[in-house]
Every structure is written in structure tokens, then in C-alpha cells.
Ligand binder design. Structure first.
Ligand SMILES: Cc1cc2nc3c(=O)[nH]c(=O)nc-3n(C[C@H](O)[C@H](O)[C@H](O)COP(=O)(O)OP(=O)(O)OC[C@H]3O[C@@H](n4cnc5c(N)ncnc54)[C@H](O)[C@@H]3O)c2cc1C
Length: 473
């Protein structure tokens, strides 16, 4: 059987772009197929926060750091739930990848690296992002990629969606089948690399792999799990869904649409101190609303039924507190009482009925909290800053919930990113990188700063530069 391509890369996002750049620069005949009409994938949405230790930038700034310290710190944050083999591989290759990004023009914010941001801080300054998020990364990768496409070193097929991975009789992976406007195409290659991203935009697959977690997502529309589905069909093994952690928190603009998560809700007490209380579907508080650790708040929400919560407040708070979602400040008032997730009532009993929580519980919860604000001591949760009683009608409830921007489960590979089957054997010629490996593989059951995007880029680079091999025809 003819093997036309040295390397076939499925997907042209965070992991796929560096794979094709480095493989093409090593002289491989590269085919890259991309379902979307442009390259970039999740780089077009991602916050672009990346971490690396032992970089040239750190050295210049006098920050002494090493991959070992980074790895230990990441495992500390994730409570040792990061895959040790791939975690080390990603972190060992992060500095070289970061230096390469800077060498091709990437510029982080001036005083970066920092220790922390939206998630638990590292012990050392090794975390960066740019003013225009991950677009800053796409902007430096794209011209290099475009040049290689122009020079015909990468054959890029846009609007071309892989549907099957093909094997021969000896179980070697030999190619892919893909759909495009022209119909079905079959491409044969010596190495097949899956970089199709996550699956959090696929309701059915989410339900199958993460059955107890309702989907509320903010993800790329092509994060459909195609790579995971195709690889499973030919016997690949996967895991990781049990380590899922939700992000705190979001509101669905359309209750029927899990992908309508609104942006801009401010729950971080470091950014906006909460004036409200948060209750679960039993009408009980479940977390210290001003807990400084986002990890603690996320885990508390994860433990609630359907990761569902209500933000409860009164007219006084609405009038005086900074808006909980500055992005919709001018229109948020119109939503109360008119949107299924923004309720308003003259009494707490009515409010409880509207949001379907036990009336007695909600009333008791608010009474207990009001007493705590009077005494200045929150015995239940040790909240430090309270902003007065919730007692002036009308009363309000915003229905929010744990959301996700990533997919927890993914393919198993060995340290060469060679995909494994359910017996733990490598599937010849099949490799994977990026979120198709499962977000939790590299970040464990926590959000460890930058531990999805940097591993995706680093593994793409590593595959193209060192791991993939091909014999010249
Ligand atoms: C809002 C948001 C913020 C985030 N912020 C951060 C952050 O700050 N730091 C961090 O570490 N991580 C972050 N992440 C996660 C991180 O950005 C992703 O895990 C990473 O970008 C995924 O890279 P990838 O290459 O695996 O997937 P992608 O970049 O999504 O690339 C996959 C590509 O494959 C294509 N594709 C899919 N199916 C097929 C098919 N069948 N055939 C052909 N092509 C296909 C897609 O169209 C896409 O272009 C964030 C994610 C989101 C959504």
C-alpha cells in the first residue's frame, strides 16, 4: 500500500500548528487537515496563559527556577494528580518551547512572568500571558505556517474533517478518511498525529464520558472529540474524566443551550468582593463566598448537586454593589424577572418557589447570614467580609453553575506520545498531542496555571522536531 505522506496531522490548532512547522522544517512531506475554514483552533478563544521554568526571560530577570521545581509545584497544586510521565515531559520541554515562542516574536505583558493569576499561584514567577490572550501566540505561529504552506512544505486542507483512522491487516495505522466539500478522501501516511482538541462541544460524548456532570461550556465549536472517537474505534484507550473540576462559575444565556455560557461574571474576591451569598439547590450556603482560593471554591461547587448554585441578594445590594457582570451592566436590570436564570420577587418565599429551592431552607439561610452580618462573625463558613443584611425587597437570585472550558478525558499515550490500546500496547504510527490527551492528564484535578496550552504547544514541537520518524521513499 502506498504511503503518500510522511506525517498526517489532524487539526491545526495549538498542538497541530507547531507539529506541522517542525516536521516540515525537518523535511517531512506533511499533510495537515483542518475541519474549520481557518487555522488556530482554541488559540482563537483561549486566555493564552502559559508557564515554563528555566527560560531565558527568567534568567534575565534574575529568577532562579528549574523544571524540577516547576514539576513539584504543579503536583503540589494538583495534589499529585498529574500524570507523572507526561507531566514531566511537558514541563521539561516548556522552557525550550517558551524561548522559541519569544524568538519568533511572542511578547508577554511587561512585568511577566508572575506567580499567579486566575488560579492557584505557583511558588515562583513562571507564568505569562499577553495583552491579546492566545491570539498573541497565533499571531507569531501563523506567518511561519503560512510560509511553509506557500512553499508547499505543508499541504494544508481546510474545511476537511477527519472521520476515520485507517488500519491495515497487521493493525498498523496507515491513514485517515476525511470529508470535505468534494466528498470523501482517503489519505495515506507513515505517521498519523491526532491534534483535534477536546470534546466539550459534543453533548453526547460529554454525557457518555462525564455522566454526572451537566455540560455548561465555553469551547471551540470544533471541540467535538472527533480524534478521541476515531481512535477509540480502532482500540485506543482513554481515561481522566473522574478528575473533572468545574470552573467557578457561569450563567447560561439560554437554559436549553449548554454552549451559551455568558462571559464576564466576577466571582474572584480579589477582583470584586462578593456582597451576595451563594446557595445550592437545597437553599443552603456551601462555601465561604470570599474564600481567597479559587481551588477551594471550585471544589466546593463541584460537590453540589449538578454544580448548581444561586447568587442571592436584595435591592440594597443591587443598588450599591459593583455589578456582578460588568460586561452586561447596562442590560442586566432588564433580565431580572424576565430571564429564566435571573429571578426577582418581593418575598424570599416567592423567590424560593421561583428557583425551586425549599422555602424554609432559603429563609433560614438568609436569617442565619443576617445574624452573622450583625455579629460580624460567620460561624458557618468564616467569611471575613460581609456587606450587611439581605433584607430589603425585592429579592434577587441568579442561577449559575460550574462551567468548563476544557475536556477532562483523553487518549492514553506513552512517553513518546504514541497512542496506547486498551492492553497498554502502542498503536503503531499513531500519535497524539494537545487536549485530545485529556485536560486532567497534565493539570490533574486542579487548574494548574498554563498546564494545558503550554503542553499542547510543547508536545507539538517535540513531535515535529524529534519524535516522529519517516523513511524517505
Ligand atoms: C476560553 C478558554 C480559555 C483557556 N485558557 C487557557 C489558559 O489560559 N491556559 C491554558 O493552559 N489553557 C487554557 N485553555 C485550554 C487550552 O487553550 C487548550 O487546551 C488548547 O488550546 C487545546 O489545544 P489543541 O491543539 O489540543 O486543540 P485546538 O487548539 O482546539 O485545536 C484542535 C484543532 O483540530 C480541529 N479539528 C477538530 N476535529 C477535527 C477533525 N475531525 N478533522 C480535522 N480537524 C479537526 C479543530 O478545528 C481545531 O482547529 C483555555 C481554553 C478555553 C476554551
Amino acid at each position: 500500500m502506498s504511503k503518500d505522506w510522511d506525517v498526517i496531522i489532524i487539526g491545526a490548532g495549538s498542538a497541530g500548528i507547531p507539529t506541522s512547522i517542525f516536521a516540515a522544517n525537518r523535511g517531512a512531506k506533511v499533510l495537515q487537515i483542518e475541519a474549520d475554514d481557518k487555522i488556530g483552533g482554541t488559540l482563537m478563544l483561549s486566555s493564552g496563559q502559559i508557564s515554563a521554568a528555566g527560560t531565558k526571560r527568567q534568567k534575565k530577570m534574575g529568577i532562579e527556577d528549574s523544571a524540577i521545581e516547576h514539576y513539584q509545584d504543579a503536583q503540589r497544586i494538583a495534589e499529585n494528580t498529574i500524570d507523572p510521565v507526561l507531566g514531566k515531559l511537558a514541563i521539561d520541554n516548556a522552557a525550550d518551547t517558551y524561548d522559541w515562542l519569544e524568538s519568533i516574536g511572542y511578547k508577554p505583558i511587561n512585568n511577566h512572568p508572575v506567580a499567579g493569576g486566575a488560579h492557584e499561584p505557583y511558588l515562583k514567577r513562571r507564568y505569562h500571558w499577553a495583552d491579546n490572550a492566545a491570539i498573541a501566540i497565533l499571531d507569531v505561529l501563523k506567518p511561519i505556517h503560512e510560509k511553509l504552506v506557500e512553499e508547499k512544505k505543508i499541504d494544508l486542507r481546510l474545511n476537511c474533517r477527519m472521520v476515520e483512522i485507517l488500519k491495515d491487516k497487521s493493525n498498523n495505522v496507515i491513514g485517515v478518511e476525511a470529508k470535505s466539500a468534494n466528498g470523501k478522501d482517503v489519505f495515506y501516511g507513515k505517521n498519523i498525529v491526532i491534534t483535534t482538541g477536546g470534546y466539550a462541544h459534543n453533548k453526547d460524548l460529554w454525557k457518555e464520558l462525564t455522566p454526572n456532570i451537566p455540560l455548561r461550556a465555553w469551547t471551540n465549536r470544533y471541540s467535538l472529540g472527533d480524534g478521541l472517537i476515531a481512535a477509540r474505534k480502532i482500540g485506543a484507550d482513554y481515561d481522566g474524566a473522574n478528575k473533572f473540576l468545574c470552573t467557578f462559575a457561569g450563567v447560561l444565556e439560554d437554559p436549553e443551550d449548554p454552549f451559551s455560557t455568558s462571559l464576564g461574571m466576577q466571582f474572584s474576591p480579589q477582583v470584586r468582593e462578593p456582597w451576595e451569598i451563594y446557595v445550592n439547590s437545597d437553599g443552603n450556603r456551601f462555601v465561604r463566598e470570599d474564600h481567597p482560593s479559587v481551588h477551594a471554591r471550585e471544589h466546593a461547587l463541584l460537590d453540589q448537586k449538578n454544580q448548581k448554585m444561586f447568587i442571592i441578594f436584595d435591592e440594597r445590594i443591587k443598588q450599591n454593589a459593583p455589578c456582578i457582570n460588568p460586561l452586561i451592566e447596562s442590560s442586566i436590570d432588564d433580565k431580572y424577572g424576565n430571564h429564566p436564570h435571573y429571578s426577582k420577587s418581593n418575598t424570599l418565599i416567592e423567590l424560593a418557589k421561583k428557583i425551586s429551592v425549599p422555602e424554609k431552607n432559603l429563609i433560614e439561610t438568609v436569617e442565619k447570614y443576617n445574624l452573622a452580618t450583625e455579629n460580624g462573625i460567620d460561624k458557618e463558613f468564616n467569611r471575613i467580609r460581609m456587606f450587611g443584611k439581605i433584607s430589603k425587597p425585592p429579592f434577587y437570585a441568579i442561577h449559575a453553575g460550574g462551567i468548563t472550558v476544557v475536556s477532562p478525558a483523553g487518549l492514553k499515550t506513552n512517553e513518546s506520545l504514541n497512542v496506547l490500546d486498551i492492553q497498554g500496547r502502542t498503536i503503531p504510527n499513531l500519535f497524539a498531542a494537545g487536549e485530545v490527551l485529556g485536560f486532567t492528564r497534565l493539570s490533574g484535578s486542579a487548574f494548574v496555571n498554563g498546564m494545558s496550552l503550554m503542553p499542547a504547544i510543547a508536545f507539538g514541537k517535540l513531535l515535529g522536531e524529534k519524535i516522529l520518524h519517516w523513511k524517505k521513499n
